[in-house]
Write a protein that binds this ligand. Structure first.
Ligand code: TYD
Ligand code: MG
Length: 460
């Protein structure tokens, strides 16, 4: 019998320790060390057909290659994020908070693929067959030719998949429920998740099926279990959204066969997820026009321009250390914009409580949002509402200058399409003449701050 070995594995970073500790010395997390027993070495997958030590075949780099064959779901927002459909023989990890709609999205995708003539298998380790059927009925896809299984053991799943005709598309919902005989620790632990993911990835490579693994995320937003699963798969998609809003965003964070900065936008309805092909209209839907502290940012998500409302509230602080609360944007970036406003533009803002919110629960990471944030802050501080028909974009440098950003014409075109009349941006953004928009170019933030403050309505 193989020798059993006990190791202590951090559930957060997968570091292996020789003894238990309260805090992982590798990633610094507390209470993440769990004892795991393995008899095949950590991360060992099912044995490959080839014996260890025998040579493999070498091939020239210049050989024939075909473009990766893809299976298209027909759900345009999903196909956009995968880069034009799921690649055959690839493994994809779809992560997201519980209840965000991962199972719903994948069941809809599975049904669509089945309707298009693909062999589809949906393995649920979390729900009973009856529950999956109930959901399918609700989504109006119960007629689709999808084969279901409710199973959590990797060896059983692989045996099932191998006994049928080679499937084109396999969904495993979720990776945290899987367990393999090869590892003795509990399902959901690092070794189990990693070994199971490895087995499923190997199945995808071997048979040419596209395998989708569903993964839950922890409270700090990472896919539970090891990050190493992210390295094992070919693509990682995050499904995010905010429980209080109906729309959901599918974001590619890694993709060996496509773009990583694309998003797909969906709306959760009573009848499942609906595609949103014009997200700007959705994000600007309930805008308070004419309110102070509200600026529309003309942003880019991948290749697609998206207009997003940025809201700021600047209020006198009763505290010695003023509050800073940021939702949907980087708080370090906010500190930078505030420092530039203070020191380069003479705007006294630092002693106030500051709340910043990206409306609709979207997360913005582009530096081009600096200008919209600054405009919203100045507007709230000075009590001067911004023109409701204007968009803002531009990166602020530490010197107080405004730099133009890429894709200016695309941003302007989107703004024009949605009825905006002017755009505030940095100088030299090559946007001239591309739309009928009135382009207001500023070379410094101080110039823009002066203009916004001067527009304050006179009070009696
Ligand atoms: P689900 O796909 O089960 O989420 P996950 O697999 O990510 O945990 O989605 C569950 C939520 O979606 C649940 O709160 C109910 C809601 N929902 C709808 O609003 N409409 C629908 O048609 C379906 C199927 C679910
Ligand atoms: Mg689910």
């Amino acid at each position: 019998m193989a020798k059993r070995k006990s190791t202590f594995v951090c559930q957060s970073c997968a570091a292996v320790l020789t003894q238990w500790a309260g805090r992982c010395e590798s990633c610094g997390e507390w209470n993440t060390i769990v004892e795991e027993t393995t008899n095949a070495g950590v991360g060992a997958g099912p044995k490959s057909a080839q014996a260890a030590g025998s040579p493999t075949q070498l091939v020239p780099l210049s050989g024939e290659s075909e473009d990766a064959a893809r299976i298209i779901t027909g759900i345009a927002e999903l196909d956009r994020v995968t880069g034009g459909g799921f690649v055959q023989g690839s493994a994809v990890l779809v992560g997201g908070d519980p209840g965000i709609g991962k199972s719903t999205l994948l069941l809809q995708a599975a049904a669509n693929l089945a309707r298009r003539g693909n062999r589809v298998i949906y393995v649920s380790g979390e729900e009973a067959i009856a529950q999956v059927r109930l959901r399918a009925r609700r989504l109006g896809v119960s007629g689709a030719d999808v084969n279901l299984a409710s199973e959590t053991n990797v060896e059983t799943i692989l045996a099932t998949l191998e006994q049928t005709d080679r499937p084109d598309f396999v969904v495993i919902d979720s990776i945290q429920t899987l367990w393999t005989d090869r590892v003795e620790s509990a399902p959901g632990t690092v070794s189990q998740v990693r070994t199971s993911a490895q087995a499923m990835t190997r199945f995808a490579k071997k048979t040419g099926a596209a395998v989708v693994l569903v993964g839950h995320v922890t409270k700090d937003g990472q896919i539970a279990g090891p990050r190493v699963v992210e390295h094992m798969v070919d693509a990682v998609l995050y499904f995010e959204g905010d429980a209080s809003h109906t729309f959901r965003i599918l974001r590619g964070v890694k993709n060996r066969y496509g773009p990583t900065d694309e998003i797909g936008v969906f709306e959760m309805t009573q009848l499942g997820l609906k595609e949103v092909s014009n997200p700007s209209a959705l994000f600007l839907d309930q805008r308070d026009e004419g309110a102070t502290g509200s600026a529309v940012f003309a942003g880019m998500e991948g290749t697609r321009p998206v207009l997003i409302e940025i809201q700021a509230l600047v209020a006198p602080s009763p505290l010695g250390t003023p509050r800073r609360a940021v939702v949907g944007w980087d708080s370090a970036r906010l500190s930078m914009v505030l420092a530039v406003l203070e020191t380069r533009c003479g705007v006294r803002i630092g002693a106030n409580d500051i709340y910043l919110n990206v409306a609709g629960g979207l997360k913005v990471s582009e530096p081009a949002a600096d200008l919209a944030v600054a405009a919203a802050l100045i507007s709230s501080l000075s009590g001067a509402p911004l023109p409701s028909d204007a968009v803002y974009f531009g990166e602020i440098s530490l010197s107080g200058g405004i730099r133009p950003v890429v894709h200016t014409p695309l941003r302007l075109r989107e703004a024009a399409k949605l009825g905006f009349n002017s755009a505030f941006t940095g100088r030299g953004g090559k946007g001239e003449g591309s739309t009928g928009l009135n382009l207001l170019e500023f070379s410094s933030l101080a110039e823009l701050a002066g203009r916004i403050a001067a527009s304050k309505p006179k009070t009696a």
